[in-house]
Write a protein that binds this ligand. Structure first.
Ligand code: GAF
Length: 386
């Protein structure tokens, strides 16, 4: 039995007594390329990673949702399904937001007991909140025997985050957690919500390297970038920057800053599509070049990197050039202002790149970086008993 499975079963027994009716899981994600494109109706290329939220659930009937968060010292929550669901602090807000959204969208839910565990590092941009929302959705629907549609539950999780929590994120994190395919990255068209699994070639590793810069006050920065994109689209007379092209930006219809944001989004969408083709063709030099261009665009045009993250991405790229002859690349991943760098590296160079990063990079606290060598896992679903 995995460590998380044992923890969730023990946590359930401690809080509620006995055994759950079932266990569900929803993974975190890392984005290979396509940053701040999702809410512009563009393209992204994330993959789900082997860290996750796991929830043990038991149907109790009646009206109450009773929850224990085992990673938070067994803190609890308890609320009714039949009354308006009030806001709450911390992890409770995501649980309540997802339940409120399911109800608002017509689900008939019944009372449950939920025990939550997880191993996604918080503050690193690996989508712990999206995975919590998606896992709660799976548990609530499983408890009433309702089927789960991977795309619908992702959009409901996004709605919970946008309208209940107040973070105006796009759909990438939730859809990656919900619909990813084992061994593949997921090319998502965030307008149509169509997805295409792009197999990650055998012999290729995905490294996630934490800069040690914990993302603080991110929501304000993030929501401002989103508003700037909306302003740029409005100035161009279009609904979303997906429909913009570089030629439109020369007409001088907006501030230099807004034009830079739009330039990033237009370039990044093209890079995602090219990166998906490169990955599918096992063309790691091209993928690496696109990742480097993406990082430069986030730094210079979208302005969401910080100096330590720039240093880490440059260090990783130099090591990939040195040990893999440029077969692979590195870039900041996630919403920005700290967090992690993702690197795609051939297996034969992984040990040298990891060792080099531990030797050459120091976090702001003076430590070597935390590094995860990840494989792409499947999206959310029930966990088999045992
Ligand atoms: C965060 C958001 F939640 C995503 O929707 C996405 O916009 C990402 O930042 C940036 O690409 O993870």
């Amino acid at each position: 039995m995995s460590g998380l499975q044992a923890r969730v079963l023990e946590g359930f027994a401690r809080a509620f007594g006995g055994a759950p009716d079932g266990v569900v899981r929803a993974p975190g994600r890392v984005n290979l390329i396509g940053e701040h494109t999702d809410y512009n109706d563009g393209f992204v290329l994330p993959c789900a990673i082997p860290v996750e939220t796991r929830i043990a659930w038991r149907a109790t009937g009646g009206d109450r949702v009773r929850v224990v968060a085992c990673e938070f010292g067994d803190e609890t929550d308890d609320f009714a399904l039949s009354a308006p669901i009030a806001h709450a602090e911390g992890w409770r807000e995501y649980v309540r937001g997802m339940v409120a959204t399911l109800i608002a969208e017509g689900a008939t839910l019944r009372g449950v007991e939920l025990a939550i565990v997880g191993d996604i590092p918080r503050g690193t941009g690996l989508s712990s909140s999206a995975s919590l929302e998606v896992a709660v959705g799976h548990a609530m629907l499983a408890a009433v025997g309702a089927p789960v549609d991977a795309t619908r539950i992702a959009v409901q999780a996004q709605t919970a985050e946008n309208d209940f929590v107040g973070m105006k994120c796009g759909v990438m994190d939730q859809l990656a957690s919900s619909a990813s395919v084992e061994g593949a990255a997921l090319l998502i068209d965030c307008r149509s919500l169509e997805t295409r699994a792009i197999p990650i070639p055998a012999g290729t590793a995905v490294l996630i390297v934490h800069s040690g810069v914990v993302r603080g006050l991110v929501e304000g920065h993030y929501n401002r970038r989103r508003a700037e994109c909306e302003e740029a689209a409005a100035a161009l007379g279009i609904a979303k920057l997906r429909d913009a092209d570089m030629a439109m930006l020369d007409a001088g219809r907006m501030s230099a800053e807004a034009a830079d944001r739009a330039r990033h989004v237009i370039g990044e969408n093209a890079r995602v599509l090219a990166a998906a083709e490169a990955l599918a063709a096992d063309d790691l030099p091209t993928l690496g070049r696109l990742m480097a261009e993406s990082h430069a665009s986030m730094r210079d045009l979208f302005r969401i990197t910080v100096p330590k993250v720039d240093e880490l991405a440059a260090t990783a790229q130099a090591l990939i050039d040195q040990h893999a002859g440029g077969r692979g690349g590195a870039r900041m991943t996630g919403g920005g202002f700290g967090g992690a760098v993702v690197a795609v590296v051939p297996d034969d160079a992984t040990a040298a790149v990891v060792e080099g990063l531990r030797t050459r990079y120091r976090t702001p606290a003076g430590e070597p970086p935390e590094i995860m060598v990840a494989r792409a896992v499947a999206g959310a679903g029930p966990v088999a008993a045992g």
